[in-house]
Ligand binder design. Structure first.
Ligand SMILES: NC(=O)c1ccc[n+]([C@@H]2O[C@H](COP(=O)([O-])OP(=O)(O)OC[C@H]3O[C@@H](n4cnc5c(N)ncnc54)[C@H](OP(=O)(O)O)[C@@H]3O)[C@@H](O)[C@H]2O)c1
Length: 276
C-alpha cells in the first residue's frame, strides 16, 4: 500500500515511523522546510517539499497513492484559514481527479465542539465553535466530509490535547503560567487528552478498517482541569494552585468528549487513562 503523509510534525512523524517500520508500507512524507528532508528520509521512502496551497505539487504527491493522512499544524505567523481551509480548498479538487486514492484521514480537534456547557458530547452532537480558529477547523471538516464518495472514504479524527514522549507542552504551561497561582473558577471543567501512541493506533485502525466519518480520539480519563493540574504539580514537584470560585472563567470550549464510537468500532486504547 502506498501512503502519503502531508505534514510530518510530532504526529505525522510518529505515524510514518510506525507505517514504515512495523507495517512495511510505502510512505511518502511531506514538509514545507527543505532542511527537514534528511530527518524525514529516515522514516519514509520518499520526501517531497510541498505546501497545502500547491495544486500541482499535491497532484504529483498523490499520484498512485492509496491513502493520504493530512496532519498539518499551523505555523507561527500563518493564519488558521491559510493553513487548514486553503489546504482543503486546494486538496479537494486534486482528490476528485485522482483515480487511486481510497481514503483520506484528516486530523481535526475536539475544539470544534466549542461551547457545550460541560456536557458530554459525542460525534452526533452539533458542533458549536466559538473562537474564529475553531470555526475554521469546523469549516475544514465540512469541506472534507462533503468530498467523500463511493470511492473515497473520509475519516476525520477530533483529537484531544496531545501528550506523550517528547511532548512537554503541558508540563511547560503548568510550570510557567499556572503552578503556585490562584486560578479563577472551581476547576471542574472537563479536559480531553490523547496519548501519541493512541493517535498512531487510532490512525492505523482507521486505515485497516477503512473508517469513514467523524471519530473522537480522546482517552477515557476526562479529568477535570483541577485534577489535571494537581497531578502535574504533584508529579513534577511544582507548587500547588488554589481556586477562587468567586471569579468566573469563560471558556470557548467546554465539552466533555466521549470516545465510545471508536471503541464500539473495535479500537482498544493503549493509554485509556492519562499517564503523567
Ligand atoms: N497540538 C495539539 O494538542 C492538537 C490538538 C488537536 C488536534 N491537533 C491536530 O493534530 C495535527 C498534528 O499536530 P502536530 O502536533 O503533529 O503538528 P506539528 O508538530 O506542528 O506539525 C505540523 C506539520 O504540518 C506541516 N505544515 C504546516 N503548515 C503546512 C501547510 N500549509 N502545508 C503543508 N504542510 C504544512 C509542518 O511542516 P514542516 O515540516 O515544514 O514544519 C509540520 O510538519 C494537526 O492537524 C493539529 O491541528 C493538535
Amino acid at each position: 500500500m502506498n501512503i502519503a503523509i502531508i505534514g510530518c510534525g510530532y504526529v505525522g512523524y510518529a505515524v510514518a515511523q510506525h507505517w514504515q517500520n512495523k507495517m512495511s508500507l510505502m510512505v511518502t512524507a511531506t514538509t514545507t522546510t527543505p532542511e527537514r528532508i534528511p530527518e524525514l528520509q529516515a522514516i519514509s521512502q520518499k520526501v517531497i517539499v510541498v505546501r497545502g496551497n500547491n495544486t500541482e505539487g499535491l497532484k504529483s504527491l498523490l499520484k498512485d497513492q492509496d491513502v493520504v493522512l493530512l496532519s498539518i499544524g499551523r505555523k507561527r505567523n500563518v493564519s488558521y484559514k491559510e493553513t487548514y481551509l486553503k489546504t482543503a480548498e486546494t486538496l479537494i479538487p486534486v482528490l476528485q481527479q485522482n483515480s487511486t486514492l481510497k481514503q483520506l484521514i484528516y486530523l481535526s480537534s475536539f475544539s470544534v465542539y466549542g461551547y457545550q456547557n460541560d456536557n458530554l458530547v459525542d460525534e452526533e452532537t452539533q458542533p458549536n465553535p466559538i473562537s474564529d480558529n475553531s470555526k475554521v477547523l469546523r469549516q475544514t471538516e465540512e469541506l472534507f466530509l462533503s468530498a467523500s464518495n463511493e470511492k473515497l472514504k473520509v475519516c476525520i479524527f477530533r483529537l484531544g490535547g496531545i501528550y506523550g514522549a517528547g511532548r512537554r507542552e503541558l508540563v511547560k504551561i503548568v510550570s510557567r503560567y499556572i503552578a503556585g497561582k490562584t486560578l479563577p473558577g472551581n476547576g471542574q471543567q472537563a479536559t480531553n487528552w490523547i496519548h501519541i501512541d493512541d493517535i498512531v493506533g487510532g490512525i492505523e485502525f482507521a486505515r485497516q478498517n477503512r473508517l469513514q466519518g467523524v471519530y473522537n480520539l480522546v482517552d477515557d480519563a476526562n479529568l477535570t482541569q483541577r485534577q489535571l493540574i494537581e497531578e502535574v504539580c504533584k508529579k513534577h514537584n511544582l507548587p500547588p494552585v488554589t481556586w477562587d470560585s468567586s471569579q468566573s472563567r469563560k471558556r470557548d470550549c467546554n465539552a466533555k468528549v466521549t470516545n465510545q464510537k471508536i471503541k464500539d468500532a473495535g479500537y482498544k486504547f493503549l493509554h485509556p487513562n492519562m499517564t503523567f
